[in-house]
Write a protein that binds this ligand. Sequence first.
Ligand code: NAG
Ligand code: NAG
Ligand code: NAG
Ligand code: NAG
Ligand code: NAG
Length: 531
Amino acid sequence: MAAAGRALRLLPLLAAAAVVLEPAAAVWPQPQVEGYPPGRGRCSLPPRRFRFAYAAGSAVGPGCAVLEAAFQRYWALLFAAARPTENEPPWGMPCTQLLVFVATPGCDGFPSLDSKESYKLSVLEGSLLLSADAVWGALRGLETFSQLVGRDENGTYYINKTEIVDFPRFPHRGLLLDTSRHYLPLRAILETLDVMAYNKFNVFHWHIVDDPSFPYESLTFPELSKQGAFNAMTHVYTASDVQTVIEYARLRGIRVIAEFDTPGHTLSWGPGAPGLLTPCYLGKDPSGTYGPINPILNSTYQFVTSLFQEVSAVFPDFFLHLGGDEVDFTCWKSNPKIRVFMKEMGFGEDYKKLESFYIQRLLDIVSSLGKGYIVWQEVFDNGVKVRPDTIIHVWKENSIPYMEEMANVTKAGYRALLSAPWYLNRISYGQDWMAAYQVEPLKFEGSPEQKDRVIGGEACMWGEYVDVTNLAPRLWPRAGAVAERLWSNATVRDLQDAYVRLADFRCKLLGRGVQAQPLYIGYCENEFGGF
Ligand SMILES: *[C@@H]1O[C@H](CO)[C@@H](O)[C@H](O)[C@H]1NC(C)=O
Ligand SMILES: *[C@@H]1O[C@H](CO)[C@@H](O)[C@H](O)[C@H]1NC(C)=O
Ligand SMILES: *[C@@H]1O[C@H](CO)[C@@H](O)[C@H](O)[C@H]1NC(C)=O
Ligand SMILES: *[C@@H]1O[C@H](CO)[C@@H](O)[C@H](O)[C@H]1NC(C)=O
Ligand SMILES: *[C@@H]1O[C@H](CO)[C@@H](O)[C@H](O)[C@H]1NC(C)=O
C-alpha cells in the first residue's frame, strides 16, 4: 500500500511536478464515481471476526456458488497473512462484515455479453454494504473492496470510508492467450484467470489451436491432438481440463470464447485429418507440403460441421471465434484441382472469392448450430457476407490505420472489437504500457450509433516467444493498461496518476503471488509474497 508514495518520487519519464499525494484510493482499474461521506475516517477490520454475508432482501443467498467461492477467495487474499493471535483493532468501531445485496437471482448461469457488472460499494461508519444488480457485479465490487483494504503501521487492517458507484465502459474486455505456439499448462491458464479478475477483465479468448500444435483433445476427432499436439500425453487439454477452465472462469465472471481459426493457421490439423488440407504443387506434382483447409471438397464441410458441433456443445458461450485471418493463397494457386474449381465457379483469379466461399459456408454451419461468431477483420475486408450480428475483430496495425478500419466496420453496421494496438507479446525497452494506455477506442470519425457498436477490445498475448516461464511478467501489469482503458471513464487518462496507481497495483499483485514485472525503478513492501 505504501508503495504509492514512493512511486511518486520515481516518476521517470514524466515531469515530477506538483502531484497531490492523495490518491482517492488506489483501485485499478479506476472506478467510475467515487465520493467521500462527510467526515472522513476509517473502519478497522478484525480478521478473525470479519465475514461476508448477505443483506436482507438479497435475491441470492447462502448456496450461491459464485459468491460463496468468491467470499472464500477474498477472505484468504485479505487475511491469509493475519496471525491467528491477531489482536482486536485498537481503535474505532470495527467493521466485522461486508453485507452483499444482489437484486436479481441467478448463480448457476454463465456470464454473457449482456451481463450486468455494475455495483455500489459503501464504506460508512461501522457498516460495509456492496450492492449489485447481478452476481457478476458483486464479483467486481468484491475485487474493488479487496483493493481498498490496507494495513496501518501497526499491522491493523482497515478501510477508508468511501462510496463507489462503478460500472464498465465496455462490455467486452478480453485477453487472448495462444496455446498453440507454446503449450500453456492448465495451472498457468487458471492463474491468468485469477489476475484477469483482479483487473476486471471478463473474456478469456482462448486461441487454442494454430499451425504449430493442436492441443485440444477432441472427442469426435481424437487423432487431431494425437497427431497434432507437441506431445499427445502431456501437451493436451482434455475434456476435463477444458471444463475446469470454463468453470474456474465462470466463478470469476469471465466468459471463455474459444477460437478454432480456419481456413489458414491449420497446419497442425493435417496429420490427424487426412484430406482436410490442400496439397500444394510444385509444377505438375504434389510437393508434399500442405496449405489452408481445402475448400473445394464436400468432405471438408462434413468435417467442419462435426468439429464445430462438438465445439459448440463444449463451450457454453454464445460466441465462437472463427478466425479467418492471414490466408495464404500460394498453395491454392498451385493446385490444379483448385484452379479447375475456380474456373467452374467463375471466380477468375480472385482467390479472395474462394476464401469467401469457404467462410460463407462455415458461417452458415456455425449459425445453424445456434452460435454467434467473432471473426478477424480480413473476413470483413474481403467482403464475405456475414450475419448482421457478427462481431469484427480489428487487429492489423501496420498496413492500414486501425481507427479507419473501426470506422468502416461500424459504418457497415457491424459490432467491433479492438486489438490492433494491444499486442502485448510485442515488447520494447521502456514503459510500453503507456502507449497501450493512451489508446482511445472511439477516436474515429463516425456517428454516435457507430461508437455504440464498439463493444470493447482485447489484449493479445501471442505465443511465439512466450511460454509458462515468461507469461505472467509479460502480461502483468502491462495488460492492466488495457483493462483500465476498457473499464474506466474515457477521461481517466492521466499518465502520472495512472503510473502511481499501476505501480501500487503491481505491488498488490506481488503480494498476491503474481510475478508481475516492475514498471520502473523502485520497490514494493511485499516483494517476496505475503500481504
Ligand atoms: C486512507 O486514506 C489516507 C488519507 O487520505 C491515505 O493516506 C491512505 O493511503 C488511505 N489508505 C488506503 C488503504 O487506501
Ligand atoms: C500504533 O501503535 C502505537 C503504540 O501502541 C500507537 O501509539 C499508535 O497510535 C498506533 N498507531 C495507529 C495508527 O493506531
Ligand atoms: C458435393 O455436394 C454437392 C451438393 O451437396 C453435390 O451436388 C456434389 O455432387 C457433391 N460433390 C461430390 C464430389 O460429391
Ligand atoms: C475504409 O473505407 C474506405 C471507403 O470504402 C476505403 O477507401 C478505405 O480504404 C477503408 N479503410 C480501411 C482501413 O480498410
Ligand atoms: C465520464 O466523466 C465525465 C467527466 O467527469 C462525465 O461528464 C461523464 O458523465 C462520465 N461518463 C460516464 C459514463 O459516467
